[in-house]
Design a protein around this ligand. Structure first.
Ligand SMILES: [Zn+2]
Length: 64
């Protein structure tokens, strides 16, 4: 499905594109989450975030 929205990260107006949600929440207990961060993201920003997370993982694995 294609969406019309504004990306929360780059503020770009997407006329007809893929829409992603990036969330980072803190656990209150095993089943409850606190909303810490939530953003609607375009495909380009989503790809950047995923690439960045993967590079952190790679760096962490190399440092371990
Ligand atoms: Zn974006």
């Amino acid at each position: 499905m294609k969406f019309k929205f504004t990306c929360d990260i780059c503020n770009k107006q997407v006329k007809r594109g893929d829409k992603f949600r990036i969330e980072s929440d803190q656990y209150d207990d095993d089943s409850t989450l606190y909303g810490e961060f939530g953003a609607m993201a375009c495909k380009a920003c989503h790809t950047k975030v995923i690439t960045h997370i993967n590079s952190i993982k790679t760096d962490a694995a190399a440092a371990a």
